[in-house]
Write a protein that binds this ligand. Structure first.
Ligand code: ATP
Ligand code: MG
Length: 590
């Protein structure tokens, strides 16, 4: 499909595409109909087109049914968000439904804690599965019956090869495999052995149930794949009721079929498994709908690792404070960091759905976060590195000023900030001997102070060592309309200090897990969290945990949901204000 949005342009949004890790182009999205840098509606994608065509042709029956099938062996991350937004998004768009299914056929690492976190995160992201919440484990009996049916029809057999033998017999893609000596044992014998496997008569790994497909297939997954293995593992739902568990490749198509899933969307690594998926579906009779698997590229994000195993390693080795550490790419981490769910949905729209593995620039995610927060976060003032200011003409001063809460949202109203002869400004907003074109404060120069008129610097104070300790200024009201180029922020001198956590990217390199000779943990950013304090205006002491604000000229922050107490908030920096993405693509540094 020809899309007007993909083209080179000086304006618009930059996309850094990579093919198998190598940059291939830097293309930009732009809106041909507009000269402004307005958001454009996301381009369509092949999955949307495919489902639309199926619906038109009545191919898959109606309604559209999708599913999101996480394994409850970790917390969801931003990569999962891509799959969630696709699965739930397509179902909603086509008036169908999306099931949330715990893919819990591998009990060793699964737990109820993860199940609960998954539900919380999917809901937080804004999706609703209604009554369609399922556990694969609840299908174990039905799956067992299907397996017995296959054995009866000569389509599966119990195999006694050891793991090593099995691997050797399987062969390599370029050479056919060898048939197992147990391949042609009578179904009755396999049925009996399978029942005894279930009953716990054999040790782990000694026997397995295999499909009888084709040992010469060029697709190794069709060379009599294992359908069931013996594994004495306690399952968080079924306890010790089972000691045989179905393999993913057998279980997944069955689950889709049992639930009437029409479109089973998964990531590219399952493409080579699709013939087996189809084989399993073909063995089932009287299917109301025939589920069909379609693959798309997973999300890879720069400066981030996304595998649950690696995220768990960061938690276990205490490199982060937990799954919800605000530096983690997990949904609970992003939530605690202050990222609004709308921003994640917008990001998922922006990245689109393709068949090519690529690396998405984390700056695009940060851009989407700023975009939402710019419209929604109340503006507040906080000074990070204070310099005391004494105003000479104290008698001219108002006792408070009126400050607009959000210039992007008139309905947000305004607030009063106490004003007086003693203020704090940022040390960095004053220079005693400024370079040319320095538009902030310096001796003899004036600057606008946010919501409160103007200051002209009339003097400096220093300690015995000559270090700057404060400045003296004259104040003029807004009506004075002085011609100045800079505006700085401030707080009253009795502002309270609060803890702020300045988060940065967790890794120092774009692809921390793409260096074979090094461990991804070697690339952890030692400066990914700095604890600082900020002197804040009174309104910032009233925030509730989870409230998001913009510290003017500093960044977007959220009151930490765990560590904030009434009247004593702790702020996490969500993102800085500097938008490298918008800057790169539109020359807009804000
Ligand atoms: P991980 O590699 O992080 O352990 P997984 O694929 O094993 O991930 P699952 O819980 O099985 O994790 O994932 C559930 C669904 O989310 C799958 O359909 C999977 O394809 C999809 N998914 C996982 N990671 C990504 C990603 N980075 N981008 C898009 N979809 C993803
Ligand atoms: Mg998986």
């Amino acid at each position: 499909m020809a899309e007007p949005f993909f083209a080179g342009s000086l304006r618009g949004r930059g996309y850094k595409w990579r093919l198998f890790g190598r940059p291939i182009a830097h293309v930009r999205l732009f809106n041909m109909n507009s000269s402004e840098d307005k958001p454009v509606s996301p381009p369509s994608h092949f999955i949307r087109e495919m489902i639309a065509a199926d619906v038109r042709a009545g191919n898959q029956g109606s309604p559209v049914v999708t599913r999101f099938p996480p394994e409850p062996n970790g917390y969801l991350h931003i990569g999962h968000a891509k799959a969630i937004c696709l699965d739930f998004g397509m179902a909603r768009e086509f008036g169908g439904r999306c099931h949330l299914r715990m893919d819990d056929t591998n009990p060793a690492k699964e737990s109820m804690e993860y199940v609960e976190s998954i539900k919380t995160d999917v809901r937080w992201l804004g999706w609703d599965w209604g009554e369609h919440f399922y556990f694969s484990a609840h299908y174990f009996e039905r799956m067992y019956d299907v397996a017995c049916g296959l054995i009866r029809r000569g389509k599966a057999y119990v195999c006694e090869l050891t793991q090593e033998q099995w691997k050797e017999y399987r062969g390599v893609p370029t050479r056919p495999g060898k048939e197992s000596p147990f391949r042609n044992r009578p179904p009755a014998e396999s049925l009996d052995l399978f029942a005894r496997m279930r009953a716990g008569e054999f040790p782990d790994g000694s026997l397995c149930l295999r499909a009888k497909i084709d040992m010469a297939s060029p697709n190794i997954h069709l060379r009599d794949p294992v359908l069931y293995r013996i594994m004495r593992e306690h399952h968080y739902l079924t306890g010790d009721a089972w000691c045989i568990y179905p393999m993913y490749d057998f279980a997944h198509p069955l689950e889709d079929a049992f639930e009437g899933v029409t479109h089973s969307l998964c990531t590219l690594e399952f493409e080579v498994h699709r013939p087996l998926y189809d084989w399993v579906i073909d063995q089932l009779e009287d299917l109301p709908v025939r589920p069909r698997q379609t693959e798309f590229a997973r999300l890879n994000l720069s400066y981030t690792v996304m595998s649950k195993r690696k995220l768990l390693e960061l938690v276990q080795t205490k490199r982060v404070s937990g799954w919800d550490d605000p530096r983690m790419p997990t949904l609970c981490g992003l939530r605690r960091r202050g990222v609004p769910p709308e921003a994640i949905r917008a990001f998922c729209d922006e990245i689109g759905i393709t068949k090519y593995n690529s690396l998405t620039d984390v700056a695009l995610l940060e851009h989407c976060i700023r975009d939402v927060l710019n419209k929604t976060a109340p503006r507040r003032m906080a000074v990070m590195d204070p310099l005391p200011v004494t105003i000479e003409n104290a008698n001219d001063l108002p006792s408070f000023v009126e400050a607009v809460n959000n210039p992007e949202d008139p309905s947000a109203g305004s607030r009063r900030i106490p004003f007086g002869p003693a203020l704090l400004i940022e040390r960095g907003d004053f220079m005693e001997t400024p370079p040319p074109k320095y538009f902030r404060l310096s001796p003899g120069k004036s600057v606008r102070i946010r919501y409160a008129g103007f200051l002209a610097c009339t003097g400096v104070q220093k300690d015995a060592n000559g270090a700057l300790t404060g400045i003296t200024c004259r104040w003029a009201p807004s009506e004075a309309n002085l011609k100045v180029k800079g505006t700085i922020h401030w707080v009253p001198a009795d502002a309270r200090p609060v803890e702020v956590r300045l988060y940065d990217r967790l890794f120092t390199v774009e692809e921390p897990d793409a260096h074979e000779e090094k461990d991804f943990k070697d690339f952890l950013n030692p400066d990914s969290m700095k604890i600082a304090s900020a002197f804040v205006e009174p309104a910032l002491l009233e925030v509730q945990p989870g409230d998001r604000v913009q510290f003017e000229r500093v960044g977007y922050f959220v009151a930490d949901s765990e560590d904030s107490k009434t009247g004593v908030p702790v702020f996490n920096r969500t993102v800085t204000l500097k938008d490298t993405w918008a800057k790169a693509s539109a020359g807009d540094a804000r």
